[in-house]
Design a protein. Structure first.
Length: 415
């Protein structure tokens, strides 16, 4: 169900008009729907109900404590990639025993923090990383729970920056090297080999690459079993795409059907690390029109807004499409405009050559599909204070992250 919809001519989220939120909180602001978040998480549990599984929400997609608390309340776990994300997940109430730690560059300090917390699984990506983890575990008289990340060399058919399971990518190990590493780890008293793992990319719009990856992992699981290494977890990473601009990615149910079939008979608990498909379409970024800059002479017409690449980087970084709609439909004619922010770069745009209702300064716009890798990739570039985050639940809304102040901006600086 889409929780963002027009009533009369005004855009609402759940039972709250977005205009009211903007008036109370200011712009730019990221506004999340709790109902959408709950639905999207529930869709995974429903889709995988027939097999043992754990949904570990990928914290990097949107990391605010309120979102993580909502994830934790539903009994789900978290996928983290830094000490900071681990800190956030624990602080929000995600049990350590439901946290998986991914990423190619874990430091000794981060490993120690995760071991002390008692996380469920380290997804190890290289031999030197395994060696370091073993040393850190020994020093702390702990046994580190390990899965080895496999690079299955599968093309996810996505933007090259977010394709992670191709042989040239920095992630994971080819199956033969992963096998050797699992065998080595199984001999190490400081390590407990519990699984294999993969994450082949993000914003996938077909289930076939997922199934192909799982089939390769299944072969590895069989080889390990034949050598006496019995696993508990098959971690499939995240990656399911969402509809930004007419894409029709598989539903969690279709995705589940494909990967359950490919992993059938292995008897392992499936670990899922969805990020984008949980939060992407559960949020809009509200922004206010500052100027309509129309110099004529065949030049682009710019709608200059108070949201920028520092708030939502995806259009600038990936050429990503985000729908932009007026918070109030006026019936004014649509014209082709580029929606740009105040940052001093020509790469600072939210949309280019897009039909948009004619706007005037002060009008509110909603930038769609902004929940995943929106606020979490925002920055203070141009010394802009970062946006507020708002969580809506029914007709109620609350600020879950304050808009930054100038004090926040210079915190920790010395001169
Ligand atoms: N697990 C691992 C190990 C990951 O690296 C990622 C995302 C996920 C899970 C979650 O994937 P998702 O379900 O969200 O596709 N900034 C980019 C996306 C980067 C994804 C990085 N890894 C963007 O805005 O498109």
């Amino acid at each position: 169900m889409d929780y963002f919809s027009y009533r009369d001519s005004e855009l609402w989220v759940e039972g709250a008009p977005l205009r009211k939120i903007a008036e109370a909180v200011g712009t730019p602001a990221f506004v999340y729907s709790s109902a959408a978040l709950r639905d999207n998480l529930a869709a995974y549990d429903k889709a995988f109900a027939q097999v043992p599984h754990l949904v570990c929400y990928s914290v990097k997609a949107a990391s605010s404590l309120a979102i993580l608390a909502l994830v934790a309340k539903g009994g789900r776990g978290a996928d983290v990639v830094s000490g900071g994300e681990l800190y956030r997940a624990l602080k929000a109430g995600v049990p350590a025993g439901k946290i998986v730690y991914s990423g190619v560059g874990k430091t000794a300090g981060e490993m120690a923090e995760a071991l002390d917390a008692g996380i469920m699984l380290f997804n190890v990506e290289s031999e030197p990383e395994l060696d370091l983890l073993s040393r850190v575990a020994r020093e702390r008289s702990k046994k580190a729970p390990v899965a080895v990340r496999v690079n299955p060399d599968v093309d996810p058919g996505t933007h090259p920056y977010v394709a992670t399971g191709l042989r040239e990518s920095k992630f994971g190990l080819p199956p033969d090297a992963a096998l050797a590493l699992c065998l080595r780890a199984s001999q190490d008293p400081a390590l407990e080999v519990l699984g294999v793992d993969c994450h082949i990319g993000s914003q996938l719009t077909s289930a076939a690459p997922f199934a192909a990856a799982v089939e390769r992992l299944a072969v590895l699981v069989g080889d390990l079993s034949a050598r006496g290494v019995k696993l508990r977890y098959l971690d499939l990473g995240g990656g399911l795409g969402i509809n930004y601009n007419g894409e029709s990615p598989p539903t969690p149910a279709e995705y589940a059907a494909a990967v359950i079939k490919a992993s059938d008979g292995l008897g392992l608990t499936l670990v899922l690390e969805p990020g984008r498909s949980v939060v992407g379409n559960a949020c809009v970024m509200l922004t206010t029109v500052l100027y309509d800059k129309n110099v004529g002479g065949g030049r682009p017409r710019f709608v200059i807004v108070d949201g920028a690449m520092s708030d939502l980087l995806r259009p600038s970084l990936y050429g990503a499409y985000h729908g932009i709609v007026p918070v109030r439909k006026t019936g004014a004619p649509e014209i082709k405009v580029s929606v740009v922010g105040p940052v001093c770069e020509s790469g600072d745009f939210l949309a280019r050559d897009r039909p948009l209702q004619t706007v005037v300064p002060g009008d509110l716009l909603a930038v769609g599909s902004a929940g995943a890798y929106g606020f979490s990739m925002s920055s203070n570039y141009n010394s802009r204070t970062r946006a507020a985050e708002v969580l809506v639940d029914g007709g109620a809304f609350r600020v879950v992250r304050d808009r930054e102040s100038y004090d926040d901006l210079t915190r920790g600086e010395h001169f």
